[in-house]
Structures are given as structure tokens and as C-alpha cells.
Design a binder for this molecule. Sequence first.
Ligand SMILES: NC(=O)c1ccc[n+]([C@@H]2O[C@H](COP(=O)([O-])OP(=O)(O)OC[C@H]3O[C@@H](n4cnc5c(N)ncnc54)[C@H](OP(=O)(O)O)[C@@H]3O)[C@@H](O)[C@H]2O)c1
Length: 272
Amino acid sequence: MGNTQITFIGAGNMAASLIGGLCKQGVNAECIRASDPGLGALEALQNSYAIRTFSDNGLAIKGTDVIVLAVKPQVMRHVCEQLAPSITQQQLVISIAAGINCDSLSRWLGVNAIVRCMPNTPALIQQGVSGLYATKYVSAQQREQAQQLLSAVGLAVWLDQEQQIDAVTAVSGSGPAYFFLLIEAMTAAGIKLGLPAETAAQLAKYTAQGASTMACQSTLEAAQLRQQVTSPNGTTEAAIGTFQNGGFAELVEAAVRSAASRSAELAQQLSE
Ligand SMILES: NC(=O)c1ccc[n+]([C@@H]2O[C@H](COP(=O)([O-])OP(=O)(O)OC[C@H]3O[C@@H](n4cnc5c(N)ncnc54)[C@H](OP(=O)(O)O)[C@@H]3O)[C@@H](O)[C@H]2O)c1
């Protein structure tokens, strides 16, 4: 990111992961600032990465190129209104908060160059995936800065329409929990089939990891990979048939749809 100056407002879990990812990528710690009312969070970041820390948000954004809003959605309006007198039109604002739309951010801050992102929890171990949406006021260089920032904690995928953030929230934002649920159910089934609990859990977790890595590394689609490991009249076919007869795809679609509607509903409440 060259000498781009980045300020994080909120120094919690997500900010710490992004800062860790940026430092790992070789970004100079002198280019990174963080502001938070909690001294403990700031001290930890200072000790780990030697970044500059602030307890005054307005002071922290002075002269910075990129401002990352990494506070909880509930305090976002207050934080933005507090930043408004100090912010300039040249600064890029990147919000990682769930449910706050660009219009509200723009209204509260009084600026237009905004990127809204939806990361997910595996970003905490630099294995996340984020959906990104930029307003038309974001320059090509600023898009690149946002892309590099989110790439520090995993894969970054651009969206054409802000509304698609609800679908991203439903697929990848809430998605890790769906896989945890599957791991949970497979572990329970393994135990019922007579495996020791620890063994069943290890088999389920590492199968998820291996399958996911194969799917990410392969040029084949998931359906093709599945077909390749499903021999006629074999064990996998017996299980897949049971899933399909139970309406698995329809159930997943209904679950993802309900997450998307809930995301839209919460966004509506938070942006008022
Ligand atoms: N964690 C995830 O997996 C995840 C995934 C997707 C999106 N997000 C989004 O990322 C954002 C941050 O999440 P997080 O998990 O990192 O939360 P977090 O750990 O609670 O971090 C938020 C930080 O902001 C601080 N803060 C509160 N008021 C502030 C203010 N006025 N000025 C500056 N800092 C202030 C908080 O301090 P106190 O603790 O003292 O209040 C806390 O240290 C949220 O909006 C969330 O929706 C998170």
C-alpha cells in the first residue's frame, strides 16, 4: 500500500486482524494508526505492531488517506457525527460494520467516497472472505487501497450493487456457522455410529478443512468434485441420496434466504 496512511476507528477484534494482516504483508507500522476509548486494546496493538495509537478519533484521522470504521454498528452514527468536523472529501472511508448503508454513512460524515465491506469471522485467522461495494465517488486508486486492505485478511470480492451485501451476509457473513452446524451434526452422527467423541470431532473438522481446501484449489466446480467422489451404488451415493431426498438444497436455500431478509431488516433499523 506504499505510504498510504490508514487510521482504524475502533481497535477491537476485526481491526486487530486487519492490522496484523497488513503488517504481515510488509506495510510499514508508521503508516497505521488506531483510535479507541479502551487503553488495553491500544496498548496490545502498540506492543505487537508498534503502530501509532490515539484516544481522540478526530485527531487520529488528521492527514490520513484511509479511515477504516471498525466499531460496532450500534455506535456508528455517534462515531461518524463526531468525525464529521475533522474529515475531508479526499479521505476514503471504509466501513466494515454490518447493516449500515453508504447513504447513512455519507449523511452522518458529510463525505461521499465510501467503501462498504462485509467480512466474516475467519478474517480473524486471515482466512476470511469479504464482499466490497464502492460508491461512484471512490477513485480507482482508492478501490485498490480497499482491495489491498481487505486482502490482508483473506479474499476480497467486489459487488456491483450495494443491495448484494445482504446476500453476501447470508452466504459468507453467516456462512461459517452453517459449516460449524454441519461439523456438529456429522460429529454427533459419528458418535452414534460408535466412534469416540474426540475421534468423531477430528474426522468431521478435518474432512471439512480438506474438502474446502480441495474446492478452493481446484478449477472444477463443487458439483463436479462431488460427482468424482460419488461412485454408483457406493457409500457416498447412499448418503447424498438421503440428503437429496430430505430436500437438502431447498433447505439450504430457505436458510440463506431467511438470513438475507434478516440482514435487510436489521440494515433498515440501523440506517434510520
Ligand atoms: N468480528 C467479526 O467476525 C465481524 C465480521 C463481519 C463484520 N464485523 C463488523 O466489524 C465491526 C467491528 O467488529 P469487532 O468484532 O472488531 O468488534 P469489537 O471487538 O467490539 O471492536 C469494536 C471496538 O470499537 C471500540 N469503540 C467503541 N466506541 C468507540 C468510539 N466511539 N470510538 C472508537 N472506538 C470505539 C470498542 O471499544 P469498547 O469495547 O470499549 O466499546 C471496541 O474496541 C462491527 O461493526 C462488526 O459488525 C465483524
